[in-house]
Each structure stands twice: as C-alpha cells, then as structure tokens.
Design a protein around this ligand. Sequence first.
Ligand code: MN
Length: 498
Amino acid sequence: MQGIKNYKFWFCTGSQDLYGEECLKNVAEHSQKIVEAFNASGKLPFEVVWKPTLIDQASIRKTFNEANNDKECAGVITWMHTFSPAKMWIIGLQEYKKPLCHLHTQFNEEIPYDTIDMDFMNENQSAHGDREYGHIVSRMGIERKIIVGHWAGEKVQKTLASWMRTAIGIMESSHIRVVRVADNMRNVAVTEGDKVEAQIKFGWEIDAYPVNEIVEYVDAVSKGEVDALVDEYYSKYEILLEGRDAAEFKKHVEVQAGIELGFEKFLTEKNYHAIVTHFGDLGGLKQLPGLAIQRLMEKGYGFGGEGDWKTAAMVRLMKIMASNTTNAKGTSFMEDYTYNFVPGKEGILQAHMLEVCPTVAEGPISIKCQPLSMGDREDPARLVFTSKTGPAIATSLVDLGNRFRLIINAVDCKKCEKPMPKLPVATAFWTPQPSLEVGAEAWILAGGAHHTAFSYDLTVEQMEEWAAAMGIESVVIDNNTNIRDFKNVLRWNSIAFK
Ligand code: MN
C-alpha cells in the first residue's frame, strides 16, 4: 500500500509516589511484561512501546506532548496500575491530540486468595484507579476506546488490534488528498457535499484539475511502457475476446495501460491518494478509465465514480485502515445496482459501470472489452470477476446540509446463485443485515447513497469509532436494527448533532 508509515503505539502506566519505591518497581516491571507479551503475541498490527510510569502532572504532560510530536506515534494506551489521582492528568489530556485507548486491565488474572494483603491490594487496584482516571476523561468529553479484561486474553488483544486500525484511520485521515478530474455528475444530489467542512472535520484536501491536465500525463506514456504493462495484464488475467478480433481487442487494452501509467504518475507526482472521474467529462481520454482505475484501487488509491469525492476519500481511508491485514479479503468502491427479491434468496447485486477493486475478487479475473451504455467514447477494457463470501461492511458518508452522517451497514456476502455470462462487469452480491427488507428501509431512511466504500477486513465498531473521533454522527444497520428504534435514533441524532 502506497504511503503508510511505520506507526507505533505508546504504553503509559499511571501511578503515584504514595506507595514507595518497591511498589513502583513492581508497577514498571508489570507494565514491561505486558508490553513484551503484546509484541510477542503476533496479534497486534503495530508495535507497542513501553514508557516509564507516570506519577505526577509534569511527567504526564511531558509524555503526552512527546507523543504529539513523535511522527511515528499513532496513539497512547493508558492504564492505571495503582491509584493515580486524576487531576494530575488534566493538563496532559488537554494538550494531547492523538487517539487514546484506556486499557482497563490488571496484572494478575486471579485474586491470590491465600496470600492477599493490603500491600497487594494497594499495588493492584486498577479497578479503583481506572475509575478515577476514567472519570476525568469522561468529564473532559474526550473520545477514547475503553478495553476491559485481562491483558493476556485473546479477546483483549484482538480488540486492541482492532482499535489500532481505527487509530491509524484517525491519524491518516488528516492528510488524505483527493483529486477531482471532473465535477460531480449533473443533477445528482447524494454525491455532492461541502468540501470545506470535509477538510475541517476529516482533514481531506479535495482539489480539482481540468481533465486534460491528467490526459497530458497519459499521452506522455511511452509505447515501451504500455507494451510492458499489457504483457503483465496478458500474463495475469484471462483474455475474453468474445468474438472480437484479437489485435483490435489488444488496442483497447493498451489504452487502459496508458491511463493506468499516466494517472499513477500524476497522482504520485502531485501526492494524491484518491481520484474521481466522470464518464461524461473525459476530455482527451479515449475510454472511461476502467481496468486502469481497478488496478490503481488495488494499489491502494481511493476512487469514486461520477465525481463522488466523499466515497473516493472513504475508500482510501478504509484501505489504509485495513492495510497489511493477514489474509485480507479486500476493500473497494461499490454501488447498489439490482435486487433479487426471491424469498429466501434476497440480496443486492453490487457492481459499477467498471470500477470495482480486484482485491475483493475470488477466482479468475478476466479482461473484457464491451461498449459502455453511457458516454461517447470507445469500448473500455475492464477486469471482470465475482467477489468473496462472508461478513463485510458497506459505508456511505452523506452530507445532510448541516452535518455529515456516516451510515454503516453490516452485510453478508454470498455467491450469486448462477453465473451471469452477459454481464461485463465485476460484481459482488450481499444481503444487508438484518434482512434486505429492514436493511434497505433503514439505509434509505438514513439517506444512504447508492455508492459505498466496502470492506471485508474492517468492522462496524472500527468505523463507528472513527466517526466518533471525527466528531460526526454515525448510524449502524446490523442484526440489532429494527425500524422503530432506528427512526428514534435518527430523531435523537438530529438534535444531538445540530
Ligand atoms: Mn455510480
């Protein structure tokens, strides 16, 4: 994945000097052991760095400010091993700007019934100290993740791993740069939005260029470069001529290779991480970028169709959050297209005109060349495949005029019942939770778009926590959703997020 840092997380243990040197020595030893176990677990996507025990206001303030200034630090994990009077934490927390996790754990798993005395109780009182600390974080209204349980347990480590990815999303959101080489499609509402507010809330820079400036980069790609990339395509993908002349077919593929190389050069040179196009505004491009955009998404770029910069930024964001996932199943731009309403087989066929990311593919990937039903260009080459099965999430970020809302739907991806030999696009098929009927009604009530940023590798909780950190509303549609309660959530949120 292009452009991701070697992030680390700091582990900061809170205490005070009331219990003497012996106690503080044990506290430091215990927290070191926890950090070593985390790093040896193989479960965390990023390294945890141990920091000396924080025992007073000055050391707390200094550590939080060092965390702010450390380019590799993506967040601080805090834990009150003993009691740590929380007024000492106020100024440090006030000045701290990065993601915060409160690990509510304890060194020993079990109460040592035979030996426990008051010294032990004073040394091991996170049940006490973490409440004092938690109180001040709540009083100050600071977003944080609270994880409860014994540190050696698999569940705690998995939750910490999941939160680390949310934290990366929070850190990386602030410098996502989206290039628009076309405006939003005329008359379309849901892909519009307030770009200034998006920069204030999420940090996204959304810039426009005349499409022909990027076309210059495409035209400047040499024949040798195009030929080499086309060779790669032909060795990697199946070629489905479907009656077309092989040489003519290859010419169409060459156009996409030129677009991939030219666009990538433009994006790299100008430091953009996501791009939007529009089939109705292609300037000097011979084809709508299809295969080219699919390959760029595979490399980690965000994309949105018809000028949809919000979804392009979300696809980039979610690709970063999911990056380096073991056995990753993929993250893509997607669009709700066609329903299957047959009882027991309900679902939504997902696709786009062309641009679905091959990271979600299962089975062979083919190149097809077919006319586009819209626009006035030559038949674009595209990658065609079907997608993986299993749980996933679909998200839609909408602008309601006075605020952003993130809609998060847990979905169950399935194989299509039958092949669709005449459909020349990549597809996925899913049933939204809790059912097509309730899921689609809730989605429409919430104002969710037809475009989504979709991932098999992220969870509802991660996206909820990211939205909370951005200070925006999020609503979840999953197996716990019923319409009556969902309407109330929307009603209450309209007051809470005014
Ligand atoms: Mn679309």
